[in-house]
Write a protein that binds this ligand. Structure first.
Ligand code: SF4
Length: 216
């Protein structure tokens, strides 16, 4: 009974947050990327760096016409590293990118992923070198259109300040909270995560600006 009450208050809270943010900011048109590969590459490169740095690295890959599976997969981490230098931690990220591309090739590319159930796909992504839950879920949601909620630092910050969570919950606990209380919808999860990022950048920063916040 108590569990049901908690779930329904979470549901009301999460629905209210989405309604207010969407009303204030409107659609966010995420993820910024033209192809599934570009989105997946962006999700890996954005670890621990600002998106503007990722954009520079992607621009370099595009300028070399390397943002296709056929051209990028054969490259070694040593060859990829200088191309993605602007994304920071470029040697580490080059190794992660190469591991992801190797896995993708082994499954038959993006077309081959369509027949794999989401839970299995998530497990395979998490088994790739250097891919953690947030990156795996970003790829699942934004590149592969699977209904998986992405939890990040901004999600924790906003929801804890709002009073829905403590803030140190396990990643999968928070993901399950969204997925069990909101309708299972790729479109909703896509927009919701993007709206939380937007709020974290406009109002709910380290030093929050609460006066103009849609959640105030
Ligand atoms: S900016 Fe202020 S009112 Fe808005 S979510 Fe953050 S702490 Fe709450």
């Amino acid at each position: 009974m108590r569990g049901n009450r908690k779930r329904s208050s979470n549901s009301a809270g999460l629905t209210d947050i989405h309604r207010r943010l969407f009303g204030a900011f409107g659609p966010q048109h995420w993820w910024p990327g033209d192809t599934q590969l570009e989105i997946a590459v962006g999700a890996i490169l954005t670890q621990n760096t600002a998106w503007s740095n990722v954009e520079k690295a992607i621009a370099v890959l595009k300028s070399h016409r390397l943002l296709t599976l056929e051209r990028l997969t054969p490259l070694s981490p040593t060859e990829i590293a200088p191309l993605i230098r602007s994304a920071g931690f470029y040697n580490i990220k080059a190794a992660r990118l190469a591991a992801f591309l190797g896995w993708l090739k082994s499954t038959g590319g993006f077309a081959g992923l369509r027949r794999i159930p989401t839970a299995e796909l998530r497990a395979q992504l998490l088994a790739c070198h250097g891919i953690g839950p947030e990156t795996a879920d970003s790829i699942l949601l934004y590149a592969l259109s699977r209904p998986v909620f992405v939890v990040d630092t901004y999600t924790r910050r906003i929801l804890s300040r709002y009073g829905l969570i403590v803030g140190d919950e396990h990643y999968d606990t928070l993901r399950a909270m969204f997925e069990s209380t909101l309708p299972r919808s790729t479109r909703l999860y896509n927009e919701y995560h993007a709206l939380l990022v937007r709020l974290a950048k406009t109002n709910c920063r380290s030093q929050p600006s609460c006066d103009s916040c849609p959640l105030a």
